[in-house]
Design a protein around this ligand. Structure first.
Ligand code: ACM
Length: 577
C-alpha cells in the first residue's frame, strides 16, 4: 500500500499496488516540448541514483545485457492541457513503466518533480548512497496548481545572498512547485545589481561599513563590512537556471523611496537642497528619509537602469517597489515643491504617484507590466496612503497592466481587483517569513507576529471580499516574503523559510481540495493533520537530504538560537484588513 507523502499534495493520487523498479537499463524518453524536464530529471536522478537514464533507443529500455528495462516517458499532451491547464500533469506508474503527460512544458516539469518525490528522500542527494535499489510506487496522479503565481520574495539588499545561494533557492522553489522568484535587489542598505552605465551603484552602493545586529533598537553592531552584487553574467546564469526550472525571476528596483544606497553612490539622485551631506549606504534598519529627487535627470537615470534590467530579465513583470516613501525631504526641498506645483499636483506627497505612473507607462510601452507594493494604489489620496504618514500615490492613472503586491493586509488586493488590476497576495500578517514562528524565548532575533506552520497552512490567498465574485480572478496568486534585516546568512534564511515554505507551497498549489476556498468545519484541521503526517513521513527527510536547516517541530537546535540579540516581537494584530 502506498500512502501518499507528497508535498504539495496533488489533486488526486490513486494507489495502483506494486512497484516499478528503476535500474541501469531504465530509459528516459522525452517527446517534443518535454526536453527541459527531461534534462532536469536526468541530471537530478543521475546524481542521486547513479543511473544513467539514457534516451530510449540508445541503450536504454533495451537492456545492455539482454532483457528490456523500463521506460520513463515524458510527453506534452493537449488533452491534459484541456483538462488540467498548462501546468497540470498526469503521472501514471505501472509495473511496465512510468509516463508523465503535462498540459505544456511546465506541467511535464512539475510531474517530474512529483516523480522525484516518489523515489524517496535519498533522491534529493547529489551522489548515490551505497547499496540502494530504486523503485517507484505504482500510482495514478492527476494534478494542477490552484494559482499561477506561486512565489518567494528574497531580500538580497539587507543581507546579500551570493549567487550560488540564489541558484540553490531556485532548486528549492522548484522542489516545492513554486514558480516565481522575486529578487529585492535595491534598498537603503545596498544595491545588488551591476549597472554597466552607472558603475558607482555597485562600486559604492553595494557595500556598507557595518550592520546593526538585531532590530534597530538593539545597541549591537556587526563591524564587518557587508555587501556584494550580481554581475550581468551572474544574472544571466540565475535567469537561465530559473528558466530551466520553469521559474520566472521578477527583479525589483525600488523607487522613489528605499533609495539611500543609490543616493550614496550618486548624490545628485537625492534632494541636495534638502540636506547637508550626501548619505552613506545605510547601516541601520527602518525607513530612510532619503528619497529620489523628482527631476527629469533622475527619471532619465532610472530609465537607463531599467534598460539594463529589461535586457537581463526577460519576464513580463518588473517590480518598482513604490512602498514606504516619506515626503519630508520633498517638503523641505524648494526644487521638489516647485516641481509639484508645475505638474499641478496637489502637494509634494503626490510626487510619489508621479514617479510610479512614469515607470508604469515606460514599462508598458516596452511590453512589460509594472508590479508595485500596495502603496502604488492611492485611490486619489495624497499623503495618507503610506505607512506612518509617508506619501501616497494618486490612484488615477495606472495602466490596466499594473499589478499590486498586497503586503499591508488584503485591502490592497481588494482595491486593486475592484479597480481591474491584478494582485499578488503577500500580507505581512500572514506570509512574512522573517516574522517569528513561535512565541518561545528561543526564537532567534524574534521580530513581527507569531506565525506558526499551522498559521501559514491556514492562509487563504483569496480575500473573503472577493471570494465568489468575478474580481477574484484578479488574484494571480500569492508569495511569501523573506526580508533579511535579521537574517544574515543561508542557515538563518533556511530556518525562517522552512518548514513554513512547504506549507505555503501547499496553500498556493493544492488549496482546499482544489476548490474555491469554501471548507466545512474541521476540514482545515484535518488537512493540516495530514500535511504534518506527510512532513514527518517524508518531507523533513527530503529537506535533510537537500541540506536545508529548517526549524525542527520541537524548536530550534542550540546553534539556531541567537541569545542576547534584540528583536521586536509584535502583539497579535487586529483583524486583518
Ligand atoms: C514592505 O514590507 N515594505 C513591502
Amino acid at each position: 500500500m502506498y500512502e501518499p507523502d507528497l508535498v504539495p499534495l496533488p489533486r488526486s493520487v490513486e494507489d495502483g499496488g506494486g512497484r516499478l523498479a528503476l535500474d541501469a537499463r531504465t530509459a528516459l524518453d522525452a517527446g517534443p516540448g518535454a526536453g527541459r524536464a527531461a534534462h532536469w530529471l536526468r541530471t537530478a536522478l543521475a546524481a542521486a541514483t547513479g543511473l544513467p537514464l539514457p534516451p530510449a533507443g540508445q541503450g536504454g529500455g533495451e537492456g545492455a545485457g539482454g532483457g528490456r528495462g523500463a521506460v520513463v516517458r515524458l510527453r506534452v499532451d493537449e488533452t491534459v492541457a484541456a483538462e488540467l491547464g498548462p501546468e497540470g500533469y498526469r503521472l501514471d506508474v505501472t509495473g511496465d513503466g512510468a509516463e508523465i503527460r503535462g498540459g505544456a512544458a511546465p506541467g511535464v516539469f512539475w510531474g517530474a518533480q512529483t516523480l522525484r518525490q516518489l523515489l524517496g528522500p535519498a533522491a534529493y542527494r547529489r551522489a548515490p548512497l551505497p547499496g540502494r535499489a530504486w523503485s517507484l510506487p505504482c500510482v495514478r496522479v492527476a494534478d494542477a496548481p490552484r494559482f499561477a503565481w506561486r512565489g518567494l520574495m528574497l531580500d538580497t539588499a539587507r543581507h546579500f545572498t551570493p549567487k550560488d545561494g540564489v541558484l540553490r533557492w531556485i532548486e528549492l522553489l522548484a522542489a516545492h512547485k513554486l514558480n516565481v522568484l522575486h529578487l529585492h535587489l535595491t534598498d537603503d542598505q545596498g544595491w545588488r545589481l551591476e549597472i554597466e552605465r552607472f558603475p558607482r551603484l555597485t562600486e559604492v552602493g553595494a557595500w556598507r561599513g557595518r550592520t546593526k545586529l538585531g532590530h534597530r533598537a538593539s545597541p549591537l553592531w556587526d563591524v564587518r563590512p557587508h555587501g556584494g552584487f550580481y554581475t550581468h553574467d551572474d544574472i544571466r546564469e540565475i535567469v537561465a537556471h530559473a528558466a530551466g526550472h520553469h521559474i520566472t525571476v521578477v527583479p525589483e528596483i525600488d523607487l522613489p523611496g528605499h533609495s539611500q544606497a543609490a543616493v550614496a553612490a550618486y548624490p545628485e539622485l537625492g534632494n541636495t537642497d534638502a540636506r547637508a551631506d550626501a548619505p552613506r549606504v545605510w547601516d541601520d534598519w527602518g525607513v530612510s528619509p532619503e528619497v529620489l529627487a523628482p527631476t527629469e535627470d533622475v527619471l532619465r537615470f532610472y530609465e537607463g537602469v531599467f534598460e539594463e534590467v529589461l535586457e537581463l530579465f526577460p519576464g513580463e513583470f518588473v517590480h518598482i517597489g513604490g512602498d514606504e516613501c516619506p515626503a519630508d525631504q520633498w517638503r523641505r526641498s524648494p526644487t521638489a515643491r516647485a516641481r509639484a506645483e508645475r505638474l499641478g499636483l496637489d502637494g509634494v506627497e503626490a510626487l510619489h504617484g508621479w514617479f510610479v505612473r512614469h515607470f508604469d507607462r515606460w514599462l508598458a510601452e516596452r511590453g512589460r507590466r509594472l508590479v508595485g507594493w500596495d502603496e502604488i494604489l492611492g485611490a486619489g489620496t495624497n499623503g495618507t496612503n503610506g505607512t506612518n504618514g509617508t506619501a501616497g500615490t494618486s490612484g488615477a492613472g495606472l495602466g490596466p497592466g499594473a499589478v499590486v503586491s498586497s503586503w499591508r493586509g488584503r485591502s490592497g488586493a481588494v482595491a486593486a481587483a475592484r479597480a481591474g488590476h491584478d494582485a499578488v497576495m503577500c500580507p505581512e500578517q500572514q506570509v512574512y517569513l522573517d516574522h517569528r514562528q513561535d512565541d518561545g524565548e528561543d526564537e532567534p532575533v524574534p521580530i513581527g507576529y507569531v506565525r506558526t506552520l499551522r498559521d501559514v497552512y491556514g492562509f487563504d490567498p483569496v480575500p473573503p471580499e472577493l471570494a465568489g465574485t468575478g474580481a477574484a480572478e484578479h488574484v494571480l496568486g500569492a508569495q511569501a516574503n523573506l526580508w533579511t534585516e535579521v537574517v544574515d546568512d543561508q542557515r538563518r534564511a533556511d530556518y525562517q523559510a522552512f518548514p513554513r515554505l512547504a506549507a505555503f507551497a501547499e496553500v498556493v498549489w493544492s488549496g482546499p481540495g482544489g476548490g474555491d476556498g469554501a471548507e466545512g468545519p474541521g476540514d482545515l484541521e484535518r488537512r493540516f493533520g495530514d500535511f504534518e503526517r506527510r512532513m514527518a513521513a517524508a518531507h523533513y527527510a527530503r529537506l535533510d537530504a537537500l541540506g536545508v536547516a529548517y526549524r525542527p517541530p520541537s524548536g530550534p537546535h542550540p546553534w539556531q538560537r541567537r541569545p542576547g540579540i534584540e528583536g521586536r516581537p509584535f502583539e497579535e494584530p487586529p483583524e486583518m484588513s
